[in-house]
Write a protein that binds this ligand. Structure first.
Ligand SMILES: [Zn+2]
Length: 85
């Protein structure tokens, strides 16, 4: 059984890695920027938005292209393939 300290360290390392830029896969396909073709993104989220008609839209994650800044939204969190930085 893993010790609590080890689990906390792994959790903190996972959190730090999640905030670093990287390459991602969604639906089994590597994510690329449709504008510039770059493959390195910064992930943020989740977000929820109030809709005009009263419902809420729930976005699990956004990927911001590090080259051109285009933001893509995902309803399922993309899988991180590689971490940079
Ligand atoms: Zn781009």
């Amino acid at each position: 059984m893993p010790r609590l300290g080890d689990a906390l360290k792994a959790g903190i390392k996972g959190f730090v890695n999640a905030s670093k830029p990287g390459e991602y896969s969604a639906g089994g396909i590597k994510v690329t920027c449709p504008h510039c073709g770059n493959a390195v993104f910064k992930m943020q989220g989740p977000f929820s938005f109030q809709m005009w008609e009263g419902g809420a839209a729930y976005i699990k994650a956004s990927l911001t292209c590090l080259t051109c800044g285009l933001i893509q939204w995902f309803g399922e969190e993309p899988e991180k393939l590689k971490t940079y930085g």
